[in-house]
Design a protein around this ligand. Structure first.
Ligand SMILES: Nc1nc2c(ncn2[C@@H]2O[C@H](COP(=O)(O)OP(=O)(O)OP(=O)(O)O)[C@@H](O)[C@H]2O)c(=O)[nH]1
Ligand SMILES: [Mg+2]
Length: 391
């Protein structure tokens, strides 16, 4: 018996045959399993680049290390097997490899070096300045060992007075490394971490947010993004990102067949992730799905899953009005979940959850269905709304 049995029963409106239902269910089960398993995993990122291209600075900027807060020293830098490679244990789940290249390690080929090279999730090749053809070999080696490689051209401030030159150097790097046409070269500046940097001067950080988002969204496919993201931002920022992503996903899912089930899956996934953000522990997908009826019964008052059914027209595809309901219920649900964790409660504190859900639902009443769809399509509006409910 699947964890969605109750949901499928209540969704039995003739839109789906058994086979389709099974397919949707197993897809959602897989997604949730991915999230569940992801929390137990580790993330390994290899930052490769010539001496002084700004690798250490980029690592600090990616992790949002503040000026003066010398995290580079706080993190335990373990000297690697060669003098050139450093393996930094950033947290229990995150390892950073910092090295000019992987070549020496690859050639050494001992058990220890193989461990270093195993399971690299993300490679970041950092280049700077004018094109140097030797980097192509480093890029190719990195691609061999990392599941995904991002290429960064750092120190773009050196071209501030020559914007045309920046453009042409970027094009030259792109072709010298043999990047595919659609492969992005991230342009960054990470100036300000040097202890000699003028303490009065602002740091000059550019392009790093975009790189961070790309890395996180890649890791999200493997359910691993939170392992890294939690080292980079506060709990409330993490929850805000979660809501931002989830509301968009619910809005999109609302118009595909089987939407109610997909939405339930998305909600359960988000509950698991919020639980992890606050507790650093894994909530089983079963417990997450089991938490949802509490809100559903609140929304309608009687039958636990009536609300889902009520918003499902016979085609199994939600219409605009129903999509609005799905989005606002999801918003209230996750804001309430966030509230209980933030205030030291948990999912077992049902009366707090219900109270909070009720209060937020009331506050959201004024927003009409078509307004919801507009809001989730507009990043600024959506962020502003989330900011109102998540401190
Ligand atoms: N102008 C400018 N300088 C930068 C930038 N990023 C880093 N730097 C400076 O470049 C120097 C080297 O930076 P690091 O971050 O130590 O570079 P690295 O690649 O880790 O160097 P090694 O560990 O020695 O290989 C430092 O003085 C940094 O402050 C940048 O974007 N622009
Ligand atoms: Mg360094």
């Amino acid at each position: 018996m699947g964890i969605f049995d109750d949901f499928t029963k209540s969704n039995d409106n003739g839109a789906f045959d058994d086979k389709q239902k099974e397919n949707v269910e197993s897809k959602i089960q897989d997604d949730l399993s991915q999230i569940e398993k992801g929390f137990g995993k580790t993330v390994k990122i290899a930052v490769i680049g010539r001496v002084s291209t700004g690798k250490s600075s980029l690592i600090n900027a990616l992790f949002n290390v503040k000026k003066g807060e010398n995290k580079k020293v706080q993190v335990g830098a373990i000297s690697g097997v060669t003098t050139k490679i450093k393996e930094i244990k950033w947290s229990n789940n995150v390892t950073i490899i910092d090295s000019p290249g992987l070549g020496d390690v690859i050639r050494e080929n001992s058990q220890e070096t193989r461990n270093i090279l195993n399971d690299i999730d993300v490679g970041i090749l950092v280049v700077a300045g004018s094109v140097d053809d030797s980097q192509k070999a480093h890029y190719d080696e990195l691609k061999q060992y990392a599941k995904k490689v991002f290429v960064v051209m750092n120190k773009i401030d050196e071209y501030d007075k020559k914007p045309k030159a920046l453009e042409s150097v970027a094009i030259q790097w792109h072709s010298s490394l043999g990047l595919a046409d659609d492969e992005k070269l991230f342009l960054t500046c990470t100036d300000g971490y040097d202890p000699d940097y003028d303490p009065e001067a602002e740091m000059d950080i550019r392009g790093v947010d975009e790189l961070r988002e790309s890395v996180l969204s890649y890791l999200k496919e493997y359910g691993k993004d939170l392992l890294l993201a939690r080292e980079m931002m506060s709990k409330s920022q993490l929850v805000k990102r979660e809501l931002y992503w989830v509301l968009g996903a619910v809005g999109a899912a609302a118009f595909i067949p089987g939407s109610a089930l997909y939405i339930t899956g998305i909600q359960a996934g988000a509950i698991m992730r919020i639980h992890y953000i606050y507790t650093n522990e894994i909530l089983s997908k079963k417990s997450a799905v089991a938490a949802i009826p509490l809100f559903a019964s609140q929304s309608i008052g009687s039958n636990a899953f009536l609300w889902v059914k009520s918003v499902l027209p016979p085609t199994g595809i939600l219409d605009v009005a129903a999509a609005g309901v799905a989005i606002s219920v999801t918003f209230a649900m996750l804001s309430a979940v966030n509230w209980v964790y933030e205030n030291g409660y948990n999912l077992d504190d049902k009366s707090e959850l219900k109270d909070q859900f009720g209060k937020i639902t009331k506050l959201l009443k004024g927003i009409k269905a078509d307004e919801w769809l507009k809001i989730i399509k507009n990043p600024t509006d959506l962020k502003a709304l989330i900011d109102k409910f998540i401190k």
